[in-house]
Design a protein around this ligand. Structure first.
Ligand code: FAD
Ligand code: SF4
Ligand code: SF4
Length: 499
């Protein structure tokens, strides 16, 4: 990462004092010369002992300096990289001008969850990828930090107590069911409720929020921020029913035919963990990343004494995989007190799907990376508990279908590493229950629900979006799909009311 040591607040103030009087006349080269602002963060040695958020957020002067780096490009390549097309130059300019209220208003025209997306969007592959400043400096990490500025504006709004629930139009008497409570569903619930339709949200878990609540750890996304979004929905009059598994508690078809819902949105995500199908995967001490993270996050197993959910506090933990989920699991294991955490990945760091920032944080926290390695089998003792993993070395061959170079086994390169816990983090498939119990709804060969450009499924009145349609994707893509689906639901209800 290019985050240099933080300049002092006095340095930042002095620099701002020289720039602000000419802020609208600054030349491109002067803007590019402003130092990129590092994200203040908890030091690694402290944060490994707590679950609190690692990134602390920009101070006011830092945010204005970072915003002054923006060149206000006419063609705005950053906007093309944002899945929900936020007017980035406009909100960044508002921050540079010191008008944070205007900045958040601009962001909220397109995004309902800016405090969340500003934290977890993979910005370096989206809005920041083609930023002109990053391109000029030949380093994507020196692009304008759009995500951090979005988070700054959203946090300012929340902390200043200005967050008001959106206005709800008069009741229409129409009813919409939303299944699941991840970002796709929360967006649908808000956008449909705003039009005055009654919305009931059904969630299988005892707490709403989807992966943002049970998957992404507290140290990356504080749960209080997700809870606030849910509280806002409640304040708007959305009814939230938890511990309700559609497909088991009630069939999807019954929601339409018996319970009088006029439309249904399915946002059930990709929560089915993939396994390696290797010897020893059923030993005691082997977890899917989903189970491991859910126990830690949703059931607060890390909070010893305050929670009664057991979790294995392994001393030697192997995490298999190289994505964000693997980083989250490995960093959680460190915080649960492991002596050693080993991340085992078949390719090199260049091919890792995890965000650069997460990889850097994981390394700072002492996680040992075993690259071009994979686990061939997991070995146990006579009581059925994990004692070690047998690894195999790999080298990179030609690119595969994903465009990444294919890992090729090196014969006879096996070696054994002692471990007591193994977390498998190699990806997730779509939740199968609703497709299985709703045969009239079309799915593809991966079990994802098939939708048209308006997120309508093959069943009349039923819409779907997020990971259940896209396969495991991102929060912002799920939110974008939710927006599209909500617009189509509102249109359906409007048309039906007219006729
Ligand atoms: P989800 O968030 O998956 O929510 C689906 C909800 O539906 C769940 O609450 C589930 O319990 C509920 N449900 C399922 N079946 C039923 C049923 N039959 N009845 C009722 N309810 C049901 N994305 C990023 O952008 N940035 C990140 O940094 C990032 N990190 C991640 C880390 C982890 C550990 C994981 C697992 C994912 C991460 N993602 C990240 C991906 C992102 O969280 C998902 O793409 C996103 O949450 C998908 O949203 P969704 O609304 O489709 O569904
Ligand atoms: Fe970038 Fe995500 Fe914000 Fe869009 S929503 S501007 S991609 S951080
Ligand atoms: Fe600003 Fe970068 Fe967007 Fe240009 S591409 S408007 S410099 S954020």
């Amino acid at each position: 990462m290019n985050d240099k040591p933080e300049p002092s607040p006095e340095d930042n103030r002095r620099l701002l004092d020289t720039l602000l009087p000419r802020k609208d006349e600054l030349k491109a080269r002067e803007r590019i010369a402003i130092p990129a602002q590092p994200m203040p963060a908890q030091p690694a040695r402290e944060r490994v002992r707590n679950m609190s958020e690692v990134a602390l957020g920009y101070a006011h002067d830092q945010a204005r300096l970072e915003a002054l780096r923006c060149l206000q490009c006419k063609n705005a390549p950053c906007v093309k990289g944002c899945p929900v097309a936020i007017d980035i130059p406009a909100f960044v300019k508002a921050i540079a001008d010191g008008d944070t209220a205007d900045a958040i208003a601009i962001i909220k025209r397109n995004s309902l969850l800016p405090a969340i997306c500003g934290r977890v969007c993979p910005q370096e592959t989206q809005c920041q990828l083609d930023c002109t400043v990053g391109k000029s400096l030949k380093d994507v990490e020196l692009s304008v930090s759009i995500g951090r500025l979005e988070r700054f504006a959203a946090d300012w709004e929340r902390e200043s107590g200005r967050m008001l629930p959106p206005e709800v139009k008069p009741e229409t008497g129409r009813k919409v069911a939303v299944i699941g409570s991840g970002p796709a569903s929360l967006t649908v619930a808000a956008d449909v409720r705003r039009e005055g339709h009654a919305v009931t949200l059904f969630e299988a878990f005892h707490k709403p929020g989807g992966v943002m609540m049970y998957g992404i750890p507290e140290f990356r996304l504080p749960k209080a921020i997700v809870q606030l979004e849910i509280d806002t929905l409640k304040a708007m009059g959305v009814r939230i029913v938890t511990d309700y598994v559609v497909g088991r508690t009630r069939k999807l078809k019954d929601l339409l035919e018996r319970d009088g819902f006029d439309a249904v949105f399915v946002g059930t995500g990709a929560g089915l963990p993939k396994f390696m199908n290797i010897e020893g995967e059923n030993l005691v001490g082997v977890f899917s990343a989903n189970e491991y993270l859910t126990r830690s996050n949703l059931m607060r197993a890390y909070d010893e004494g305050a929670a009664d959910t057991p979790i294995r506090r392994g001393r030697h933990v192997a995490v298999l995989g190289g994505g964000n989920v693997a980083m989250d699991a490995a960093r959680t294991a460190v915080r649960l007190g492991a002596d050693e955490v080993h991340l085992i990945y078949r390719r090199t760091e260049k091919e890792m799907p995890a965000r650069i920032e997460e990889v850097a944080h994981a390394k700072e926290e002492g996680i040992r990376f075993h690259l071009l390695r994979n686990v061939k089998r997991i070995l146990g003792d006579e009581t059925g508990r994990v004692v070690s993993v047998e690894c195999l070395k790999y080298e990179l061959g030609p690119p595969d279908d994903s465009g990444r170079r294919r890992p090729v086994e090196i014969p006879n390169s096996e070696y054994v590493l002692p471990m007591d816990t193994v977390v498998v983090a190699i990806g997730n498939d779509s939740n199968p229950l609703i497709p299985q119990t709703t045969p009239e709804m079309e799915t593809n060969r991966w079990g994802n629900i098939v939708v048209n450009e308006n997120n309508r499924t093959s069943m009349p009145g039923v819409y779907a979006g997020g990971d259940i349609v896209l396969g495991a994707a991102t929060v912002i893509l799920a939110m974008g799909q939710g927006r599209q689906a909500a617009a189509a639901i509102n249109e359906q209800l409007r048309e039906e009311t007219k006729s």
